[in-house]
Write a new protein. Structure first.
Ligand code: CA2
Length: 152
């Protein structure tokens, strides 16, 4: 089977509130802006992108499972689930697709409870602290992993 030229973008709990508060930490862009940034970055490589955001862990896990059917990789900001969720990590490792983990803020420079990521070990790409532009970085680097750096 040929590799599909599609990515799944997963945004975890509370990221639907982006742009509404805490601009000093997360900036003023909205979730729609994030999805546009990631979609444009993917399109520059001839990929399309399906975005999902949910405040419910099971919805995110179902979307990750469904990606096996038609996606070549997953870009994920697990939000607070980063620091708590073994089941999200198991879903990502279970589908076996390459994963890029992205965080808007630099989690290693924030409160100690944000320093550990359950997802980090199953991700091939890690982007932190670049703001919402980090989603474009994550897309670029994940596509390089998928295509072996040839973009083809
Ligand atoms: O820096 C990131 O991208 C985070 O994944 C964001 C999570 C946080 O729990 C992680 O430690 C780091 C928080 C997502 C909620 O974002 C909001 C944004 C604006 C207003 C309210 C929540």
């Amino acid at each position: 089977m040929t590799t599909p030229r599609r990515l799944l973008l997963v945004n975890g709990p509370n990221l639907n509130l982006l742009g509404t508060r805490e601009p000093a930490v997360y900036g003023s862009d909205t979730l729609a802006d994030v999805e546009r940034i990631a979609t444009d970055a993917a399109a520059a490589h001839g990929f399309d992108l399906r975005g999902v955001q949910s405040n419910h862990e099971g919805v995110l896990i179902d979307a990750i499972h469904e990606a096996r059917a038609d996606c070549a990789g997953i870009v994920i900001n697990p939000a607070g689930l980063t620091h708590t969720s073994v089941v999200l990590r198991d879903a990502l490792s279970g589908v076996g697709l390459p994963v890029a983990e992205v965080h808007i803020s630099n989690i290693s420079e924030r409160e100690p409870f944000r320093h550990h990521s359950y997802v980090a070990e199953v991700a091939a790409v890690h982007v932190v602290g670049e703001g919402v532009r980090g989603y474009a970085t994550a897309v670029d680097r994940l596509i390089a992993v998928i295509t072996g750096g040839t973009d083809g």
